[in-house]
Ligand binder design. Structure first.
Ligand SMILES: NC(=O)C1=CN([C@@H]2O[C@H](COP(=O)(O)OP(=O)(O)OC[C@H]3O[C@@H](n4cnc5c(N)ncnc54)[C@H](OP(=O)(O)O)[C@@H]3O)[C@@H](O)[C@H]2O)C=CC1
Ligand SMILES: O=C1O[C@H](COP(=O)(O)O)[C@@H](O)[C@H](O)[C@H]1O
Length: 493
């Protein structure tokens, strides 16, 4: 089965942070895949920019290394790799220095002045402002220019507002694409299809029929080379403020009138504004924060966070579990349990919607225990959807009931490679489709909810709980959900 490729217009994509981890591991491989599928028109260019001096040839070599590491060999046809590398260029630009390289970049961009132009800010957030100012001051913003802003957008509501103001001085809101790569994941988009392209679920999608929702984003990796950034962020800022709240919004929002940027964003914003604030002492009851200690992962023993960081004093959380509530008619009384962390047993992200149990069983005790229906949307790995139902155990043994999944693995069903989130999102920017990007007010509303949690944590100071690397976080996370008579979705454990 083949997927439909929508051609885009010719473009220049300027990647600031071209020599960084994100560009190397994600952006260059994603762009190669789009080239391989014939989506990148011939004259288009990928222009890498960062401080270190490098020629086009040297950056092509870096690009080739990235492809060799992150694109499977059978997808690296030599002629396609070669034609992709011909689209790759490099201009050294130092965002902060006097003699900066902007004039060289302006010269290179002159050649494609009528093309779509997208600046990707894959750099540390403290450079977002100065880079936007540089782009503006050097006259590089054409009517067809967009800017892609990576996360994190600020560290608090206040800093996010300042950052949004700075970017907004150079670009109109319609030119700003705040990327959240979780929105580009195939299953996340499928959540929209499941909810709004089927008659089955929407009538049941409310507090009358849903008992609770769980969102788990588990990572087996530790902080790796990003400890410097991570220690200033922590799991709540790094994952919950953006990716997980966006997932929550997509589960909880009202149907937008169309699958279109502002219609979607308006509905997500209403959810963010309806989140019940978690303030002061409430945070002790409905949030858990943890930090990993030395333990084991699949590859053997691993050090604890403090050793990795080289700072025994750090109070940064590498795990968070919390219970969120949405104060509106649809969701009153339906808890949304969230957990995310580094150095958990496996990399696994899922949204689980647990329906209420039936009001009365006609089968009696002999049939076995009745479990509730669950809709499980697996983001990674092995993306797919499972609907857990009760059925009769096959065979002549009488009416015995079993909880079994109706299973749909996308890879098995569609027999196509599932595109990486960045492939879809970068092409959406070029097409000018902002549906899967965050608007300024959404980012700020998310911070408005997160800030008081951070404040109550810093006032308490005592609450950080250790957990052993390779486990599912502190036992308090299990207690958080079990206090309500529920358990974390068992397939994960
Ligand atoms: N890595 C990841 O998996 C993810 C990253 N992100 C976000 O993406 C952004 C980039 O992250 P990541 O790639 O990990 O960061 P890295 O630290 O790996 O890369 C930073 C890049 O910025 C360049 N740079 C640093 N200073 C300057 C300067 N003054 N002028 C121009 N370029 C400069 C560096 O190159 P040089 O030293 O040559 O100048 C390098 O290319 C961050 O905002 C991060 O939060 C978001 C999601 C995931
Ligand atoms: O944004 C981030 O996401 C990654 C996890 O992304 P995934 O697509 O691999 O699930 C996380 O490791 C990183 O800390 C965070 O900044």
């Amino acid at each position: 089965m083949t997927s439909r490729i929508i051609a885009v217009d010719p473009f220049d994509l300027i990647v600031f942070g071209a020599t960084g981890d994100l560009a190397y591991r994600k952006l260059l491989p994603a762009l190669y895949h789009r080239h391989r599928d014939g989506q990148i028109p011939d004259v288009s260019r990928i222009i890498g920019c960062s401080r270190r001096p490098m020629t086009d040839e040297a950056y092509r070599k870096t690009t080739l290394d990235a492809l060799e590491k992150f694109v499977p060999q059978h997808e690296r046809e030599p002629e396609l790799v070669e034609s992709f590398l011909k689209r790759v260029f490099y201009v050294p630009v130092d965002a902060t220095a006097e003699k900066s390289g902007w004039a060289d970049l302006a010269k290179v961009l002159k050649e494609g002045k009528d093309r779509i132009r997208a600046f990707y800010l894959a750099v540390s957030p403290d450079l977002f402002g100065v880079l936007c100012e540089g782009i503006g001051a050097h006259g590089l913003v054409t009517p067809e220019t967009r800017v892609i802003v990576e996360k994190p957008i600020g560290k608090s509501l206040e800093s996010a507002t300042v950052l949004n103001d700075t970017v907004g001085k150079v670009f109109k809101e319609s030119q700003i694409y705040r990327i959240d790569h979780y929105l580009g994941k195939e299953t996340v988009q499928n959540l929209m299809a499941l909810r709004f392209a089927n008659a089955l679920f929407e009538p049941l999608w409310n507090a009358a029929h849903i008992d609770h929702v769980q969102i788990t984003v588990a990572e087996a990796l530790g902080v790796e080379s990003r400890a410097g950034y991570y220690d200033t962020a922590g799991a709540l800022r790094d994952m919950v403020q953006n990716h997980i709240l966006q997932l929550l919004c997509l589960v909880a929002m009202e149907p937008p009138s169309q699958f279109e940027a502002d219609a979607m964003r308006d509905e997500k914003l209403k959810v963010l504004r309806a989140l019940k604030p978690i303030t002061g002492a409430t945070a002790d009851h409905v949030t858990v924060r943890g930090q990993y200690r030395a333990g084991a992962s699949a590859g053997g023993p691993v050090p604890g966070y403090l050793e990795e960081l080289g700072n025994p004093q750090s109070q940064t959380e590498t795990f968070v579990a919390l219970k969120a509530e949405i104060e509106n008619w649809r969701w009153a009384g339906v808890p949304f349990y969230i957990r995310t962390g580094k150095r958990l047993p496996t990399r696994l992200s899922e949204i689980v919607v647990s329906f209420k149990t039936i009001p009365h069983s006609i089968f009696g005790d002999a049939a076995g225990q009745l479990a509730s229906n669950q809709l499980v949307m697996r983001l990674q790995p092995d993306e797919g959807v499972r609907l857990w139902l009760m059925i009769k155990d096959p065979g002549p043994g009488g009416m015995r009931l079993r909880h079994v999944p109706l299973d749909m693995s996308f890879a098995q069903t569609f027999k196509v490679r599932s595109p990486e989130a960045y492939e879809r999102l970068i092409m959406d920017v070029i097409r000018g489709n902002a549906t899967l990007f965050m608007r300024r007010d959404e980012v700020e509303a998310a911070w408005r909810w997160v800030d008081p949690i951070l404040e109550s944590w810093s006032a308490a100071r005592e609450g950080l709980k250790p957990y052993t690397a390779g486990t599912w976080g502190p036992s308090a996370s299990i207690a958080l959900i079990e206090r309500d008579g529920r358990t974390w979705h068992e397939e994960l454990e």
